[in-house]
Design a protein around this ligand. Structure first.
Ligand code: SF4
Length: 149
């Protein structure tokens, strides 16, 4: 690499690192999460393959308050039961499944964001991803595995 090109390369790498001021990390995980990437992301964490989005009773109560809806209606409309647990329903969109609380249209966002379940709040710091780095990189463009020059 030519000296000027090399200098520019390092300069842009540095800029990228400074841009990552919004990044967070968690003990036991070998990556950071840069939440600024969410602005460009098509909500990959809320759609894709079908999966479970678990909600506990306290979370159900909070969602009910947030949506001004009673728990019977919430369960009927948005949840389904598996053994003794509840998961949020999904809808099929083209080849993907997406959470029913994901807004439709161009700008995707969570319609219950302030009361979204713990499972959503802790994404992408899931134990599952400790063993599936490739899947993690596919599922979340905000993942950073450190700035190495
Ligand atoms: S509840 Fe919100 S954050 Fe969680 S999967 Fe659904 S749309 Fe995404």
């Amino acid at each position: 690499m030519k000296p000027i090109a090399e200098w520019k390369f390092h300069y842009y790498r540095l800029l990228l690192c400074f841009k990552s001021m919004t990044k967070v990390n968690k003990n036991g995980f070998r990556f950071d999460f840069d939440s600024s990437a969410c602005q460009e992301c098509a909500a990959l964490c809320c759609r894709g393959e079908s999966g479970k989005i678990w909600v506990n009773h306290l979370e159900i109560e909070n969602i009910c308050k947030f949506l001004s809806i009673n728990s019977i209606d919430l369960v009927q409309k948005y949840l389904y039961k598996i053994n003794n647990r509840y998961s949020i329903k999904e809808r099929l969109r083209l080849d993907d499944y997406e959470c029913v609380f994901l807004t439709e249209g161009e700008q995707k966002s969570c319609s219950i964001y302030p009361v979204r379940p713990q499972q959503c709040q802790t994404f992408p710091f899931w134990d599952y991803y400790k063993r599936s780095k490739n899947q993690l990189l596919q599922d979340c463009p905000g993942v950073r595995f450190s700035c190495i020059f």
